[in-house]
Write a protein that binds this ligand. Sequence first.
Ligand SMILES: [Zn+2]
Length: 495
Amino acid sequence: MAPPGNDKNQLFLGLFIHSVKLGELQYLHDTAVCVDKSGKIIAVEKQCDQKKAEVTLYPKLGWKVDDVTVTIAKDGQFFFPGFIDTHIHAPQYPNVGIFGKSTLLDWLNTYTFPMEASLSSLPKARRVYTRCIQRTIAHGTTTAAYYATIHVPSTNLLADLCLSLGQRAFVGRVCMDNLGPKYYLDESPSKSLAATRATIDHIRSIDADFDLISPILTPRFAPSCSVDAMTQLGALHQETGLPIQTHIAENVDELKLVRDMFPDSKNYADVYDRFGLLGKRTILAHAIYLSEEEADLVAHRGSKVSHCPCSNSALTSGVAPVRWLLDKGIGVGLGTDVSGGYSPSVLDAARQAALVSNHLAMPPRTGKKQIDSSADTEANTSFKDDRELVRLSVEEALHLATRGGAEVVGLGEKIGGFEVGKEWDAQLIGLGLVPEEDDSTELKQDDQDQDQDTGNVDIFGWERWEDRVAKWVFNGDDRNVKKVWVRGRLVHERR
Ligand SMILES: [Zn+2]
């Protein structure tokens, strides 16, 4: 079986915005993008309207007018690549916003494990997963790297639902056979591995080539897995080449736990490396407290990092040094980390990534390292310069949300931008246009429909497009996501 294709070829017209490299958005005005029935972009033509496309592009592509669906980005709208959530726990979705003053390890025991354990119930899992997928799609997430639970049937159900609702996904059955509550643990390493194999087989039965849905090996985090389980997972990765996702260096108590549990390992990254779990297809969530040596190892192995700023702030975990990771050559994407993170929106994650990076640039106010930044010494000037470098711009945050995320999940060739050969995973973004004074009292019905649903982003018309995008990043939400496509299939429409 394979995911369904589309009945018609598709022509998209208007403004396309995408990241071409870290820190650089490209604005393609008055452009035509042609997408074939398999969902692939087969032509991108600048300075092209519908008429010109019909006359010049269609014959070249062998297209007939009545075999093409046309979608036009209207004034104030633009196409943007779909967001890629590189780290999200679907079963924790009902808990978004519920974390109190807890930090990682007590949060797991208080909120997370009881909720995950309860999703052994298939009706409950169906309800939670359906809403989680629908909600993230509505926020423009076209690809998600999901952690499910330890249960095979409900993990399989998550894969089924992603396929039917049309979201591209990596679905991981969580392996945990070591540390965890008695009521929520794999019974043994061999049962853990057998359960993971069962979910892989299931996903192969619904999407043979993993075109839309792929399994992903998911050791929850080092302390939750036995040495035996991690050894077998490493072997399974070697055998199948499947991607891996896990957590690393999120919280200081967790670091101590790892040191105590793995005294023979040099450091946290080395624990995964010893079991063959640190490779090109490994997604490491958080990576807040990596040492220089660990970051060099991660870079050397080609493993990637999922930056989860919302969760890192909510659980008081720490501030990840994203610029430092990028400068090491490590690929970085964004994760919502629902429900350590309270928001299912990757746009929110981009916003938080920018704001949190500013925190690294501010003088510390507590602790021993307080800096007198007002003193005009050479050391302080260079420190201030260094601090300035850590800040992430809107363009950089959006890169991590799209093209950067695509590389993190190993789909850099397929998604993340609007080049020919990529698949059409995209969203149509609509911003609110504030009517001219003359029009404001008597709006046409059409405009009213459009204006009522544009959320908090008010565009007056004099803003440069760069500024409009910044206004969207800081004030936008799902009300701005008008349509969403995955592999050319329309999977969400806001009416
Ligand atoms: Zn997580």
